[in-house]
Design a protein around this ligand. Structure first.
Ligand code: SAH
Ligand code: SF4
Length: 351
């Protein structure tokens, strides 16, 4: 199989062009074509000679993702696309619009996948329920973003934020994830700053420590969902390996080292983790930490019977947290009608 061109760092692309007997500066033209003009086929690279365009096409793959139908939610604010990979596995990515179209403050947040499936087995997550298929390469992570950037381009719009909250556990595919972020950050290319990315992790403690030591500008979110080990373990098997105490101390280290705010995610499940007592326990654990809590009523999935909390319980939980001075946001569900909500992404093998 031909190498996917988005898997190449700039110096590697330079070497590849030298190997094709091209001067190094050609790499700049190819890079700009890929990441600024957003070209997706060798024959679009018109600044290059026809001979080189042909060589490029023979040497590299320009796409590993074959998009399926585009699904729009009924409010047209959420769009989901499934992509088939060359080996038949499939992934999904979701674009969310916030604010009025054309308004200065409109955000277009893209939620992308880092793995086909996931090995972490969280019981309420459709991706976890399907099991692990494989890691995505950095180029496959990048291509999801380029796909949506190309869609928005004719309307003069851009992806403004990327969250790594689609299928997969980004810290289980650490290298490829960071390579993708670094490659897209290049000012001569896509120029997408690290601070516009948010990584969400189920709580792989050694990777949180590594991430803290690397002092990256990428935002960090941690899926907490419970602060009692027994309960957390029943939902997130990974808690056996990295229990709450250990996880929260790694989070504190992260904040101390980087001075960056950390986000905790908490899917509110009716009668499971949404009592006022549990909010108090959470408040006590997080007191004094530079953090934010994102509460989201659980989205339904086939393999889990729990239900999202009622408005009333969600509000009571929020109010209790507020007593501890912990900033929190009660999130709206999005894209439920097209199974594009958090934890609803799942695909079979498509061939
Ligand atoms: N693997 C990473 C990122 C992908 S999941 C992680 O687990 O953090 C993104 C978020 O959706 C996580 O906070 C996850 O706990 C949450 N989630 C999973 N299933 C959900 C569901 N059914 N309803 C609401 N949130 C869910
Ligand atoms: Fe994997 Fe995240 Fe789903 Fe857990 S919630 S199974 S870590 S994708």
């Amino acid at each position: 199989m031909k190498p996917l061109i988005y898997d190449l760092d700039y110096p590697v692309l330079e070497k590849a062009l030298l190997a094709l007997s091209e001067p190094a500066y050609r790499a700049r033209q190819v890079w700009q074509g890929l990441y600024q003009s957003l070209w997706s086929q060798a024959d679009q690279f018109t600044p290059l000679s026809a001979v080189l365009r042909q060589k490029l096409g023979e040497t590299f793959a320009f796409s590993h993702l074959t998009p399926g139908p585009i699904l729009d939610s009924s409010d047209r604010q959420t769009r989901k696309t499934m992509f088939t990979l060359p080996d038949g596995y499939a992934i999904e990515a979701v674009l969310m619009r916030y604010g009025k179209s054309g308004a200065v403050k409109t955000r277009r947040t893209l939620c992308i996948s880092t793995q086909a499936g996931c090995a972490m087995g969280c019981v309420f997550c459709a991706t976890g329920q399907m099991g692990f298929k494989r890691h995505l390469t950095s180029g496959e992570i990048i291509e999801q973003i380029l796909f949506y950037a190309r869609q928005l381009q004719p309307m003069g719009e851009k992806v403004t934020n990327v969250v790594l909250m689609g299928m997969g556990e980004p810290f289980h595919n650490y290298e490829a994830t960071m390579q993708a972020i670094d490659r897209l950050g290049d000012a001569q290319g896509f120029n997408f700053g690290a601070r516009r990315f948010t990584i969400s992790t189920v709580g792989l403690v050694p990777m949180i420590r590594r991430f803290a030591n690397e002092h990256r500008q990428v935002n960090l979110a941690v899926s907490l969902h419970a602060v009692q080990d027994e309960l957390r373990q029943s939902m997130l098997p990974v808690n056996k390996r990295y229990p709450v105490d250990e996880l929260l101390s790694a989070c504190r280290e992260y904040v101390d080292k980087t001075n960056r705010r950390i986000t905790f995610e908490w899917a509110l499940i009716n009668g499971v983790n949404d009592s006022v007592d549990q909010a108090r326990l959470l408040g006590e654990r997080l007191r004094g930490l530079l953090c934010h809590v994102n509460l989201i009523p659980l989205n339904p999935t086939q393999g889990y019977a729990g239900q999202g909390s009622t408005q009333e319980r969600a509000k009571a939980f929020t109010a209790e947290l507020a007593r501890f001075g912990i900033p929190c946001t009660l999130r709206l569900r999005r894209g439920i009608d097209i199974q594009a909500g958090c934890g609803q992404l799942a695909t079979g093998k498509t061939r």
